[in-house]
Design a protein around this ligand. Sequence first.
Ligand code: MTE
Ligand code: QUE
Ligand code: MOS
Length: 746
Amino acid sequence: MSKPLSHDSATGHVTGESIYINDMPVNGQLLTGRVVTSCHAHARIIRIDISEALKTAGVHTILTARDIPGENQMGPVIHDELCLAETETTFIGQAIALIAAESEEAAIIAEKLIRIEYEPLESILSIESAMAANNIIAPVRRITRGEVEPALRKAPHRLSGEMRTGAQEHWYLETQTALAIPGEGREMKVFASSQNPAETLAIVAEVLGLQKNEVEVEVKRIGGAFGGKETQGNHVAAWAALLADATRRPVKIHLFRDDDQVMTGKRHRFLSKYEIGFDDQGMILAYKVELNSDAGSATDLSRAILERSMLHAENCYYLPVVSITGQAWKTNLPSNTAFRGFGGPQGMAVIENAIDRIARFVKKDAASIRFLNFYRHEENNVTPYGQKIGNNRLFLLYERLMNSSEYLGRRALVDEFNATNEFYKKGLALMPVKFGISFTTAFLNQAGALVNVYTDGTVLVNHGGTEMGQGLHTKIKQVAASELGISPDRVRVNATNTSKVPNTSPTAASSGSDLNGMAVKNAIDTIKSRLAELARKEDIPADTPFEELCRLAHLNRVSLSATGFYKTPGIYFDRETGQGNPFHYFAYGMAVSEVMIDTLTGSHSLLRSDILQDVGDSINASLDRGQVEGGFIQGVGWCTTEEIKWDSRGNLLTHSPDTYKIPTINDIPADFRIELLPNVPNDGTIRRSKAVGEPPFMLGISVWLAIKDAISAAGNHLSEPALKIPATHEDILLAVNSLPLKQPLL
Ligand code: MTE
Ligand code: QUE
Ligand code: MOS
């Protein structure tokens, strides 16, 4: 099944030898780039005066919008995002001017001498005020099955409410960084920290007014991305390229942590409204949900993210009658962007909260209500968007995890603990996840590769995916080695480069190894069939070593280099009707988490989490476990401590690690048990594996549900705790204190 090959960079990261952009040796000509940004959320720009700043020693150039040789544009899908602001600013942190200087110090001195005169305008800083002003970013979207209003009216029981999920900062360890090196004429080479080198190339070419064949983008590795460098890595690349083009010197921009947090977009916060109808058993009969996202000031990927939230609004549950609507709202905040899960977590959180409420209403354990409503084979196995659920793993996961986590026994222990402790309360919850694998934008489901075999039998693999810590290059190396039947140390995976493999998709949607693995296999199949033909013609014995075969191929003038291509078969989605088959398959996972809260302080501790994840036949079990751990904990952060706040002017208040709390070693479960579901090959993918990058994120919601269970226990499970995501200690305390009836003294 899996090979114990360790991550490509395991030693390199620990010893510090792995090269990031900031470690690259550049000649003595390197200049530092600095971005001057807006301090108003919404204002007219009256005047920009750079004359004093330009006199600063060591400053080479200062650029504003009018100096852009090409198009002033960096929107990835909709062209509604300026590279540099012109007459108006639409969020705090928006780029207005660029400085290239001999040193960071000189650039900072110059920045202070730039005079920008603003006329402040009214700003919109919340989803509610965007709604009141009808400030939409895209037309409303709908997915429906049946008539929801009559079905809700007919249901024996109904619950309705509102659910808020918060923004989230990516907190990649390497902040946004790019190094642009001018070549001959106006050629430009950019070393980028980007999940999407092809799009970085497109944006750089566009702002410089160049053809795509004049720009080259290379990505060796990214110091973490999590979706934050799918589009927004393009911004620093475009700014650095503008400065390099103007000065004809290499220019690097490496954002300070606080600047990065202020300037870049985050996970979309959502304000969602729902109504759910169900019977006495807790079986769902009808569900109506309105998903509202805060897009920020420009479109970025908001449409695709909203779409994915709608396609995950039912999570693992069959909804006979359903109405899902989605709206993205425009505010004066940085444009929100991709973040692990890509809307999935926001859509799922609403129904998971609703199911919790159903369980409390019918006085049954929430896990049993989840089980009752699961998709079932041959009966209720069609999603609201018309895709059939094949290879449903929910029952396999549920049975195995309920047993291995000893759910029922621990439920009794938790109840007993709660009956005998006044101030500490425990909570337990199960959370299932079904995550659709494929870009819902069909054309993105393609990949390319270029495989070079050398005459000594060693192999250099180029593919379109980027390495951001997830271990993609290690998996690709294993795929190439096993397809060729050689040892992995004879295979090297090259830095991702747009001149080797062009027109690629972002490394995103968890499909990096699915897509690029297949493209690499396709290239290797071509080389293998050439070698087989040679062996037949020349009567070369079957046991000839690979390197000898390669040498003979060269002598017989057989090409040892091939491109490969892959496109996912059978996927389509009609946005108008909200129907189709958007996903190649589903990745499933399940988690049980147990927490304890302190009802006097609102603090919580995560006692134990058991996770069971379906990764098909794992290509590399160590890497997959790493993704499950990291994804889960990042989800726990979103659900508990990571809270983003802005002041009334739109200034980010939580702009550094002292005010924004990501999980640390103390936040992992005291008892953490991860298992990969055994013996579940996934037909039709590379090595029958499954995607793993994003799905475990949403299992973090189990911790939130467990916290809610613990708060509920403080009120004898008689009332519904009002809780948002994240449930910070403050929220927990407020929820406990607002329970109408607290548990009486012992
Ligand atoms: N793991 C690490 N270490 N660093 C990352 O930036 N990004 C996640 C996930 N795991 C990320 C990560 C996201 S958002 C995605 S979409 C996938 O990795 C992308 O890689 P894959 O498609 O190769 O799984
Ligand atoms: C999941 C994703 C992405 C997605 C759809 C998903 C994603 C992404 C895009 C996208 C959509 C339209 C574009 C484009 C990108 O869609 O990451 O450039 O024109 O970038 O279901 O992760
Ligand atoms: Mo991941 S959010 O699809 O980069």
